[in-house]
Design a protein around this ligand. Structure first.
Ligand SMILES: [Zn+2]
Length: 113
C-alpha cells in the first residue's frame, strides 16, 4: 500500500500530481500550492513541495518504526493533528503516559494493556 507523499497516510488509489502521489484531500492543497508557485513564476516540483509540507507538518523526528499497522498509523496521525502534536511528540507523550500508568499498577500488570 502506498503512502501519501504529503500527509503520510496510507492510500489505496492516490492522485499523481507533479511527480507526487497524494491522497484526494492533499491533492487539493498541493494543486493550490503548485498553481501559486506557477503564478509567481517559480519552478514547480510537486514531489518536492509535498515532501517539504510533510516534513514541516508531520515531522517524526528520528523515530522510525517499520511495519507500523496502517489502521494505527491513521489514528495516530488524526489524533496528533487534533492535539497539535507532530507524530513523534504524540507517540512519545502517550508512551510515557502508558508506562507511568502500568508502573503505578505494579509489575504484575506489565504487558497487560
Ligand atoms: Zn494526504
Amino acid at each position: 500500500m502506498n503512502l501519501c507523499d504529503m500527509c503520510g497516510k496510507p492510500i489505496k488509489a492516490g492522485t499523481s500530481l507533479g511527480g507526487a502521489l497524494v491522497c484526494r484531500l492533499c491533492a487539493v492543497d498541493l494543486r493550490d500550492e503548485m498553481d501559486q508557485m506557477q503564478a509567481d513564476g517559480k519552478s514547480v516540483d510537486g514531489l518536492k513541495i509535498a515532501r517539504q509540507i510533510l516534513r514541516e507538518t508531520y515531522s517524526d523526528g528520528t523515530l522510525m518504526i517499520k511495519d507500523f499497522p496502517n489502521d494505527l498509523l491513521v489514528r495516530v496521525i488524526d489524533r496528533a493533528h487534533e492535539e497539535g502534536d507532530c507524530r513523534r511528540d504524540f507517540i512519545v507523550k502517550y508512551l510515557y503516559a502508558l508506562l507511568c500508568e502500568t508502573e503505578k499498577k505494579g509489575n504484575n500488570q506489565k504487558g497487560k494493556w
